[in-house]
Design a binder for this molecule. Structure first.
Ligand SMILES: Nc1ncnc2c1ncn2[C@@H]1O[C@H](COP(=O)(O)OP(=O)(O)OP(=O)(O)O)[C@@H](O)[C@H]1O
Ligand code: SF4
Ligand SMILES: [Mg+2]
Length: 336
């Protein structure tokens, strides 16, 4: 059973804009999501829907120069000590959270692993920066981490440079680095997209095992609904910077309520086949200069009525708090 004590991160009504030479981009609007310890929460949506921007906000990694957080809160709730509100935190508080309490893994680990450092140094330096450990203690922990991410030849892996490892091995090393400071949260932005299908399955199984065994919350961004189906406990569906639907994974796949979610699911012929991107639905996410009035999905929605362009749907819970939808026609379109 989920309780509020399980919640380790709360994004509440987040809105942010980018100021660009071409104008203002409202990349995220009134977006909310909670992460629970030991659970994988998937964030899905088409390209450009604001998934990466949202995840970067959790560590305030969007460029300070052109990002304006216009409303909302992001609260990190550690198991001990006071909650930290990320958007108003000072730099030293942020440094204490980044890479240690909340860590991140990316689509192409090769781009983020320093090519002139061996794996041993990559791991031990992270720990010596964030934890009060000696070099010898860090090295012992590095060996444990390599075993934890199920890489066999521990000494060879520790002595390797990133380019000497396969894509799947690099992602495991990246996960080991993310785990090195015992985080509460791992943010995973398309961590398996660059890998082949069998390696993807193994990395996802590893993430799931880590979430469960170490009681870590994972926010998993993906284009791939099969990845969600197999791995996620909870799912949020994002469109043009807004939250369309949020639910447990079981409930979302059994009875998707939002027309956008139904279109996405309908666009995937076989949900169990991994690697099918969410790109095959007709039309595009609206341009920031040309956003429709009312419901943002209305120009593409098969269920749209005239009134859908008149008011913005609020995000409402469907009786139980676990399933919420932002659609003006939720009651009419409801499917059990
Ligand atoms: N630093 C930035 N400055 C200006 N606009 C940005 C910046 N970062 C992202 N954007 C814009 O914000 C919107 C959301 O981008 P985001 O990268 O979050 O999409 P995404 O859902 O992660 O897409 P993908 O699936 O392709 O990775 C896009 O319109 C993007 O161009
Ligand atoms: S409010 Fe109208 S346009 Fe928007 S998703 Fe619901 S039915 Fe479609
Ligand atoms: Mg992205």
């Amino acid at each position: 059973m989920n309780t509020n004590n399980d919640i380790v991160l709360k994004i509440e009504n987040l809105s942010l804009k980018f100021h660009t030479p071409g104008g203002i981009i409202p990349a995220v609007e009134d977006f909310s999501l909670s992460l629970r310890r030991g659970k994988i929460h998937a964030l899905v949506g088409e390209s450009g829907s604001g998934k990466s921007v949202t995840v970067k906000s959790v560590l305030r990694l969007n460029p300070e120069t052109n990002t304006e957080y216009t409303s909302g809160r992001i609260e990190y709730i550690p198991s001990e000590g006071e909650p930290i509100e990320i958007l108003s935190a000072n730099e030293s508080t942020l440094r204490s959270v980044r890479g240690s309490k909340i860590s991140m893994i990316f689509q192409e680990p090769g781009r983020y692993l320093n090519p002139v450092m061996r794996v041993r140094q990559l791991l031990t330096e992270t720990m010596m920066t964030h934890l009060k450990v000696t070099k010898q203690e860090a090295l012992e922990k590095a060996k444990d981490l390599i075993r934890l991410v199920e890489l066999n030849d521990v000494d060879r892996v520790l002595a390797s440079y990133p380019h000497e490892l396969s894509g799947g091995m690099k992602q495991r090393v990246m996960i080991a680095i993310a785990l090195s400071c015992s985080p509460d949260i791992i943010l995973a932005d398309e961590p398996t997209t660059a890998l082949d299908v069998t390696v993807q399955a193994k990395i996802l199984a590893l993430l799931k095992k880590i979430a469960r065994e170490l009681n870590i919350a994972v926010l998993l961004i993906t284009h791939d609904l099969a990845v969600v189906y197999e791995s996620a406990d909870e799912v949020s569906v994002m469109y043009a910077g807004k939250l369309m639907e949020s639910s447990t994974s079981g409930s979302l796949f059994k009875a998707p309520q939002h027309p956008y979610t139904r279109v996405l699911l309908g666009a995937v012929p076989d949900i169990s086949r991994r690697g099918q991107p969410l790109l095959s639905i007709k039309g595009n996410i609206p341009d920031s200069a040309d956003r429709p009035t009312g419901c943002i999905f209305s120009p593409r929605c098969p269920e749209a009525r005239d009134f859908c362009s008149l008011s913005v749907p609020a995000f409402e819970s469907l009786g139980n708090n676990a399933h919420g939808v932002a659609c003006l026609r939720t009651r009419e379109l409801f499917r059990a």
